[in-house]
Design a protein around this ligand. Structure first.
Ligand SMILES: NC(=O)c1ccc[n+]([C@@H]2O[C@H](COP(=O)([O-])OP(=O)(O)OC[C@H]3O[C@@H](n4cnc5c(N)ncnc54)[C@H](O)[C@@H]3O)[C@@H](O)[C@H]2O)c1
Length: 457
């Protein structure tokens, strides 16, 4: 077994290893968050190795291709750290871990089809670490986990082989990731990070390492579970507030009130934090984070009714998009059966190439169940197949064949579309579920318009 050169439990040893750039880093899971994290560690001058089970990803990186085209800035860093031989990747965890002092886990924490959080990647890797970790190493979990997961599961899994004893010859802490896909470089270098260690010494050591790599403020929490609780609280706060405006927006439609105008004015109140209504809340974070807290509630025998209701509201927003569309078809006395519908935007949020838990999937299925022939266009997906449909490379060319256009993602590109272009839609139906088309701008355009939450048309 390779013995770790650096005692990661000793603040002065770690400080010295940062100054001499001798600290060796291994990032396990180099996806959306893990790859930029690994590149940042490498850019700071520390030799960094990325481990991933995705062989295609490793091949892509090894051929010098940066896989995250929608993460500005990291493409340049990628070329730089590869040229400087500070960054390498492998599928072989058994080669990377024993040679490393610091192990950062950026593994996926999805949920299953019953909305139960799935921590199998973290559990599997923890068991591997129990035989591979060099003594005196430090493990940092960046993945989003429930409060208590480190204390109740990770430590005993890593200790399983009997070689390692927490606080004796290995340490662990968390630094939950809170970057926004599409702006990770900006967020990594600007947003404060949460830190929680197995003890105060480890918290200080993690703070020192992250300050060295990212130069951001670190918020030190008393332990791992409190840091994870903060991460979930901030994201679930958003899920609930979006549900709140979603529910209001449906009522405002009936009252002839434009929700966007309400929110614009409400923002003037000093303690109002604006959230916007839409077709649903997707992505790798918000929906899962709510279910993670609901899972914690189940374990602890508590009922979190607001989170439960919020999820239900957000998950039924695709139905509301369908209702708006059916209403428009009724107005022009056309049947939706055998109609042609163009979905604009399939990403779960604007300006990213990411369809994880995107409400677009549900909306497409519902239209297909009503007999519609669905086409999809998204500027981030060209010449490919998504949700069983071939993506269109150009939307303007096919508008004249479409009965309806339904905007599902508020990509910036859509905000710049000249409103007259939509007049080419065959049956003139335009549905905006993201508040990007000003209802005033479509007046006298001969369009049958429905805007989610917009009642004054
Ligand atoms: N994407 C985001 O916006 C975001 C933001 C903040 C926090 N997070 C959290 O960060 C964590 C990672 O998320 P992500 O979006 O980067 O996920 P991702 O799916 O993009 O990346 C995870 C990577 O881990 C790899 N992997 C899976 N099992 C593995 C194993 N056993 N060994 C080695 N590699 C393995 C996968 O192949 C993948 O490349 C999650 O907990 C997520 O909740 C994500």
């Amino acid at each position: 077994m390779t013995t770790s050169k650096i005692n990661m439990n000793n603040l002065e040893n770690v400080r010295e290893s940062l100054n001499s750039k001798s600290l060796k880093v291994c990032i396990i899971g180099i996806g959306r968050i893990g790859l930029p994290t690994a590149l940042s560690f490498a850019k700071s001058g520390l030799k960094t190795i990325g481990v991933d089970i995705n062989e295609n990803l490793i091949k892509t990186i090894n051929s010098g291709n940066f896989p995250l085209e929608d993460e500005p800035g990291y493409d340049v860093i990628f070329d730089e750290v590869i040229k400087d031989e500070l960054f390498s990747v492998t599928t072989k965890i058994e080669d990377a871990v024993p040679e490393s002092d610091l192990i950062v886990l950026s593994l996926p924490t999805p949920m299953d089809k019953n909305n139960i959080p799935d921590y199998s990647a973290l559990r599997n890797v923890a068991i591997q670490l129990s035989t591979l970790l060099s003594p005196n190493s430090l493990v940092i979990v960046e993945s989003t986990i429930e409060p208590g997961f480190i204390e109740d599961e990770m430590i005993s899994l890593i200790s399983k082989s009997g070689r390692l004893k927490i606080e004796d010859n290995f340490s662990i802490g968390v630094c939950p990731e809170n970057a926004n896909p599409g702006e990770i470089l900006h967020d990594f270098t600007n947003l404060p990070r949460l830190v929680g260690g197995i003890n105060q010494n480890i918290t200080k050591i993690i703070t020192m390492i992250y300050k060295y790599v990212f130069s951001v403020d670190l918020i030190e929490m008393e332990n791992c579970k409190t840091a994870n609780a903060v991460k979930l609280t901030t994201n679930v706060f958003r899920d609930i507030n979006i549900a709140f405006v979603n529910e209001l927006s449906i009522m405002f439609e009936k009252l002839g009130i434009d929700t966007m105008k309400v929110l614009e004015a409400a923002k003037a109140k000093y303690n109002f934090q604006v959230h916007y209504p839409g077709a649903g809340v997707g992505g790798p974070c918000l929906p899962i984070n709510s279910y993670q807290l609901l899972n914690t509630a189940r374990r602890t025998g508590v009922k979190l009714t607001i989170i439960e209701s919020g999820r239900m509201i957000n998950e039924t927003m695709p139905d509301h998009v369908i209702r708006l569309t059916l209403d428009a078809f009724n107005e022009c006395k056309k049947s939706i059966d055998k109609s042609k519908i163009l979905i604009m935007g399939i990403s779960y949020k604007p300006n990213v190439k990411d369809i994880q838990l995107s409400p677009a999937k549900d909306i497409i299925k519902k239209f297909q169940n009503l007999g519609s022939l669905v086409h999809i266009y998204d500027p981030f997906f060209h010449s490919t197949e998504i949700f069983g449909l071939k993506t269109e490379n150009n939307f303007e060319n096919i508008l004249s064949e479409m009965d309806a256009v339904v905007i599902v993602t508020g990509h910036d590109e859509f905000k710049n579309i000249e409103i007259n272009s939509f007049s080419k839609i065959k049956s003139k139906i335009l549905i905006d579920s993201r508040g990007i088309i000003d209802p005033i701008s479509i007046k006298n355009k001969n369009l049958i318009f429905r805007g989610l939450g917009r009642g004054n048309i």
